[in-house]
Design a binder for this molecule. Structure first.
Ligand code: ZN
Length: 251
């Protein structure tokens, strides 16, 4: 594989005196790990770019026998300096990066989550006042755009429209809703509210720049948190997501 793309650095670590492993999000191949040989001292090939939360134009090639990736060189595109100066915004960004690592393993189509993450980081870098609910909205939007898209337009058993359902019930295993008349006692379900589901539908077509102007009710945020966490956790625990990073050996 030979790639030249703008990648977001997620983590780095040293594995020999001057060498680093680098975990990064690519726009097309999910989260990958490559080796920057001499990365600790090569100012020419990696000038100031091998740190977490840097957007870097990397040249990547396959190592011996295609067993690993080698970062040949990199140039910094954006280091999000304002975000990094502010511990609150930095904490939110790192929290969101951890979530991306959970749901986007190596080999996944990462084009949508990559675009969303860059948009999110740019918004946080250019706005000093970021509301505390930003990471929650990011988790929901990232999960939806990365294959965890719930279908919440109508009851999945009788087709009653969301606007006509007084007390919707969210089936987190199926990612669908039912009205209270169609709800069964053995459903894996959460009671929720219509306005919270309408908020999630709006969120799904919004951008981080718009979130800065939103003032959602705390009860809606609480509902959204429960819906998204129950849905994503159920599918993560079901073994659908495999963390391949742990299978790599760093010598
Ligand atoms: Zn129904």
């Amino acid at each position: 594989m030979n790639l030249s793309e703008k990648m977001l650095v997620i983590r780095t670590g040293r594995f020999k005196e001057y060498d680093l492993w680098v975990r990064f999000l690519s726009p097309s191949k999910g989260i990958l790990t490559g080796f920057a040989f001499g990365g600790c001292r090569s100012r020419k090939r990696f000038s100031g770019c091998l740190d977490a939360l840097n957007l870097v134009l990397f040249k990547v090639s396959s190592g011996k026998g295609n067993r690993y990736l080698v970062l040949e060189e990199g140039s910094l595109i954006n280091g999000y300096p304002e975000l990094k100066k502010d511990s609150s915004r930095l904490g939110m960004a790192l929290n969101s990066l951890r979530f991306v690592q959970q749901i986007c393993p190596e080999g996944d189509d990462s084009s949508r989550i990559y675009a969303l993450l860059l948009d999110y980081l740019e918004t946080m870098d250019s706005n000093s006042c970021i509301p505390s609910f930003f990471p929650l909205l990011f988790r929901a939007r990232a999960a939806f755009s990365h294959g965890y898209q719930p279908f919440i337009d109508c009851c999945c058993r009788c087709s009653l429209k969301l606007n006509d359902i007084a007390q919707p019930v969210f089936l987190f295993a199926e990612g669908r809703i039912v009205c209270c008349r169609c709800s069964h006692s053995n459903d894996r379900a959460l009671n929720t509210r219509r306005e919270s589901l309408i908020f999630l539908k709006t969120l799904n077509t919004s951008s981080p720049a718009q979130w800065c102007r939103w003032t959602p009710d705390s009860s809606i945020l609480q509902d959204c948190f429960q819906l998204v966490e129950s849905f994503v956790e159920y599918h993560l625990d079901d073994g659908l997501i495999v963390q391949k990073f742990n299978s790599l050996e760093f010598k």
